[in-house]
Design a protein. Structure first.
Lengths: 245, 245, 245, 245, 245, 245
């Protein structure tokens, strides 16, 4: 990860149902993200899905609704392999995030694994806890201005670009898979900041074609599809096929 | 319905989450079916989805897990526009099904609408209760032998073909979208039985292309896509696009 | 019960939430009924409410969705003080109901109390199991014709009139609190059948004034209010008071 | 709103069940408030109710448990028409609240509507997002001292009086519908502060008669009834009617 | 199984929570039984636990609340390795049970695996469906009288003794781990009937010592502990240790 | 409490199911703690258990996931007798905790009891609200250094030692029931700080024998068993008994 052309491929989960999640997660993603911010997962739904998707592959990341240590701790206790935290705008916020994710002396995560200790990944739990991923989302002008410093915060393992919010911050309409030069330039700057700090860089994409372009741009992990987008697309396509017959 | 070339297009719901159901149900189906037999819906999940999908369109059918009057009543009380009952093998079973679905004097459904009475379909509740659909599934050899009599049972509004179980009954491997002459002949016989009794006929299909063929064969309602199939298909396609890049 | 002018006062629960149920159940009912037929309770919601309302008063009855022994057993295991079963139309159905409710030798209820054994009613569990109530609903023409025989079935402790379904059966529009002579005469006949068999008789009423009349008519237990009716009534009254100001 | 005698009439929801909520919400309120602070709604229950009450009328406000951006975002994503935040004691807290509610450039709300984008209000989603209400609760001495400044914070659309907490702050016993001159004077001062800043002012009331008085006092929105109060009141009245005969 | 001294060791689950179930199920049982009859599992809770305990070991049996094909089908669809059905009193009931559990031509189970098809047991799904266990509970006098015929029903793979209900049927007080000669003789007769038909025989026991005796008696599978018993035992022991200190 | 040799005995709940909680809580604890930090309880599960365990004994404490006033308020509204807050590292954090727990003038808790007002403890609600317990967890080096000042914060009623996190902070491996002199010395120092401020002191222990030692050391409340530990222990013991036979 972080070199070569083979970016990690991530699937995005917004539907809070472990059966739906198993169906979408199994076909071979490197990781899936349980979205507790803009997805419909609450704490309990996320834990049920973490329990149902307990095999070693794919890795299971959780995007948390905000940078709140209590919620982050519960996701890690339940076996999340990593945390994606939105709206990390400063070194202080990135430090708080890292503190919440790592045990002492690296951080101040409270000890009490539940499902994490039961999980069969081939690693004893404490080694597994040493392999988590901590992604700071860069999605505001403030964050963009501080991106080098945020990237350098110990315990942060990567930067994660939120294209909709970053577009809003740049005065553009929200939405994924941007074509504006201004946005692409920003992506390149964020990748550079990550590289300079020896960290990874990731981005949310809506479609595989764009995700491939972003992998080519240098992102180490790209999201290539979302369950909540797949469902209406499939329904629309089937209805069109029927109506047009 | 029942004449002309424009069969009703039905979408199939197996994922017990109202957000996922709203995403899949909105693009323009004539009806959707909440599958409480082989889908993951229990009673409470089906009621939540009936509450969330309360507009007049699409119509919402419920496939019940078995021909049990208590469960059927709760779905109708919660506003289901129709019932699809599996494994209806005899006139007695079809009569029990019809009795459970219609109020006196047509049947013996118990009165006590809950969400049904709150729903805004443009019809007062008691008129809405006079428009429900009652589908008897024909999916065993016993049922196939008795299909003419089952079709004639008052209060049954249509026959619904279950291709996997019918294939199993014929000694074939289970699965939808059959090509065997024996199966197609059976379909035609079931359609004829429905026609003779002045009833509709429907079938579950997995793909739009096959659903179009079945509409051409004479089915009045065809299922053209299923949420639980759409999710792994979308994930597989995205991953393939990424890996093949 | 069964003599004197003081009929038992029962409250009716349709809202599947233990907080709402506690609010409605506390003010002093002799019993409350958790309605799993036309109310929104599924099995799990009924159990949660039985757990939350675990004191000795009021007694907690459960109306089951149908005369199915598995569901009846779970409600009794969870501490229900009695069962109200809909649509009991024959001696055979009444016998099946009674068998499901009583332990051997009186019946064939399976042993395995859960919450029932934990409940603090002042009685040891097995004595409590000897005080349950078993109500057979009389609400069809068939049941009405067989009411004397149904009342005589051992293990049935009372007859319960369902006015809406009985009205439908008589060719009338459904609804509670009937004024038709034909209906009142039917009530009197049902009360007489209960008396002749040494059993109690109960009826669902929507309003206290009508419930008082029914108590005067001879019913031993009358329902006087329903949570699902109270809510829109309170909202309507408040809005009217505000609009009319 | 904000002028004339016709204050907006708001209903209050504490019971976390979408059926109960639909029953209470339908009779004609201008808005209803889903109370996630002192009501029994958690995140998931609030989302279910927002999904079930998806028509344009009444407007659906959410009182959040605290001024936490993650929770606020999820309620807006799920289609809340407005947020009522408790214990807003300073310009900084009011600013944080407003930031969490509005998209850039007005605030820093993160983009990712779920149910909000599916809702049929007649408005495209982004216009709907421009019509939300942001209410800051004034209910401590600190807030009362800073009320003019809080009212002036851009993005705050109104002040909302919490009478119980304000009474506690003034050394009085808690409870709604206050008669003390000191309280009424405080209300008038808060209304004046709102007026001076061109904002609305609202108050929680327990009974319609008092709500009418408050509308007369100048409040733009008044709460006139609460589901959790209606239930025991209805039960108590029915039991009294029965016992007193 | 069925010969030798090494009976299968089964653990019993009554607590409807997948975390609790994982904790109790992992230490090395041959199988665990999810008790939907006297345990607190409803359909949805059983499915969640089947999803969470998806590895090949231990096998997961489900005791259903009654011999109802709809519920049985949903448990098998969700990946249950076997069904234990209570109160099987006749060849007709045993035949109905077997029909519900096996696909055509052996039975009439409806095809539509959900979690079962996703499960990683090393076997393709259709082979897994050929290895299920179908246990008929013998727990009434009627069943005991018909035990040889019930054992001989094709598709029934074993007889399962319910000691509490059988004791009740014999006029004894309910409870597990019986010492009466009459009961032990009955157990031997049931084991003989199973042997004669080439089937297995199992029994519920409350304590390991008694389970060992029953294994010695000839039972092929014995239950040795129950989660709902373990919890109060552990609490009682800890409190006693503290109070006696 | 706080003098004599009879420390309070506390049981620990991690399994989010009210039936399991009732089984474990009934045998005679002085108090039980619902663990929302490292246990599997989310807000809704904690409320359900508080509703189910509503008798006066045992007292019910809630360990919250973090020092967040909104969550604390909901637990107190639902009838918690006390709050245990993790990671209280400073006077400011302890003050925030106390403010969230007490009504004015002692703090700024918002008024709106729900289940708390319905509970039958023999005390009117407002008196009950004056008897709550507020425990600050001491489990970092920072907290340890500030322990005397934290203990002195008004409204904090006790210090609660988290041994795993404190061990991590001291560079040791995590886990309960420590033997290191360094840890025991720290415990004595924390007890002294509590004593000096006139406050209580408590500790989490995994086994009764160690809990007795800690009571002897001077702790006023000791945890002696945990449900999530009891389950695998019981299963392991039963399996071993069977395998070793």
């Amino acid at each position: 990860m972080g070199s070569g052309t083979a970016a990690r491929i991530n699937g995005w989960l917004m539907i809070p149902d472990p059966f739906a999640n198993a169906l979408f997660a199994r076909p071979g993603w490197d990781s899936v993200t349980i979205d507790c911010q803009h997805g419909m997962f609450d704490e309990s739904a996320a834990v049920h899905t973490l329990h149902a998707l307990q095999s070693a592959k794919p890795r299971r990341l959780v995007r948390v609704p905000s940078n709140e240590p209590g919620f982050i701790g519960k996701m890690l206790d339940a076996g999340a392999d990593g945390i994606i935290a939105p709206m990390i705008n400063s070194v202080a916020e990135a430090t708080s995030l890292a503190q919440a994710c790592w045990y002492s002396p690296k951080g101040s995560r409270s000890f009490g694994p539940t499902l994490a200790a039961l999980r069969s990944t081939g690693l004893p739990y404490e080694e597994a806890a040493a392999t988590i991923e901590v992604w700071a989302m860069i999605e505001t002008r403030t964050a963009f201005a501080a991106v080098a410093d945020i990237a350098a915060v110990p315990g942060i393992t990567g930067l994660f670009v939120g294209p909709s919010d970053l577009a809003l911050a740049f005065g553009l309409r929200p939405g994924p898979d941007r074509e504006e030069t201004e946005m692409i330039d920003a992506y390149l700057a964020i990748i550079s900041a990550a590289r300079a700090a020896g960290k990874d860089c990731a981005i949310y994409c809506a479609r595989p074609a764009y995700a491939l372009r972003m992998a080519g741009l240098g992102f180490d992990m790209v999201t290539a599809a979302t369950d909540a987008t797949a469902l209406p697309a499939a329904a629309t396509a089937a209805i069109a096929a029927m109506r047009e017959g």
